[in-house]
Write a protein that binds this ligand. Structure first.
Ligand SMILES: [Zn+2]
Ligand SMILES: [Zn+2]
Length: 244
């Protein structure tokens, strides 16, 4: 029954069917199940990844509410739900994921951030939203390329990223706060060093909103199935998040 429920969950997520997702979960589906099934458009991925890939915002909202992992990646690939939603240009999905604790500057196997991916795929609205949330424009990927270099010749995107680089303004990662600040004034999460906060209260709030599930799981770790990915294998951080 559970196996069928798992498959039903993926099927419903793929079709954006809220009732189907609810029914599958009620029947005992594992919300983070990622299996290879015949006949699916996207295989080896969780329901949340599939819904993020296809832009089914209502399903994404429901799965997050039910406790789906924001960081589990598709098997053998390295995209998290946020990275794929940024690539595909689904602003509402990106907002939902970030507001529920997905780390803004999470990386894929090539150390690309969601902002770099949005720039590569010419997703101007996503890039703007990520910058408004406080994504860092100064990071580089495994090849040493910045978000600006991922913009190639897109004038609007390049301008957006250049402005972000110029102001060097970041934001408190607690999205209900979002207070602007600089690297010198915002304090980093001591474990993942990927999120930053204006205060201890904001760190606590963000931890409860969802960072506790994302912290330490935001770097891609190679499972050995793709030899090219080994080139950019990243360390998985295992310590617990330490309060600032
Ligand atoms: Zn704050
Ligand atoms: Zn952290």
């Amino acid at each position: 029954m559970a196996k069928n429920a798992n498959e039903a969950l993926l099927y419903a997520a793929e079709r954006g069917c809220i009732q189907g997702v609810k029914a599958a979960l009620k029947a005992g589906a594992d919300i983070d199940y990622a299996g290879a099934q015949d006949g699916h458009e996207i295989t080896d991925a969780t329901a949340l990844y599939i819904a993020s890939f296809l832009g089914h915002a209502d399903v994404v909202r429901l799965l997050i509410r039910k406790g789906a992992s924001l960081t589990k990646r598709s098997i053998g690939k390295s995209n998290s739900p946020l990275l794929i939603a940024a690539a595909k240009g689904y602003t509402e999905v990106v907002e939902l994921l970030v507001r529920h604790g997905a780390t803004l500057d999470t990386r894929d196997a090539y150390q690309r951030t969601p902002l770099m991916v949005a720039c590569s795929y010419k997703q101007v609205d996503i890039a703007r939203r990520l910058i408004e949330f406080g994504a860092r424009a100064d990071l580089t990927d495994a090849k040493g390329l910045t978000a600006q270099q991922h913009c190639e010749r897109d004038v609007e995107l390049t301008k957006l990223v250049q402005e972000a680089l110029h102001t060097r303004l970041l934001r408190c990662c607690n999205t209900t706060c979002g207070k602007p600040g600089y690297r010198s004034t915002l304090k980093l999460c001591a474990q993942c060093k990927l999120t930053r906060y204006c205060s201890r209260d904001c760190q606590r709030q963000h931890w409860l909103i969802g960072h506790q599930k994302s912290c330490g799981h935001d770097t891609f770790s190679d499972d050995g199935s793709n030899p090219f990915l080994k080139l950019s294998k990243l360390k998985t951080v295992k310590q617990k998040c330490v309060q600032i």
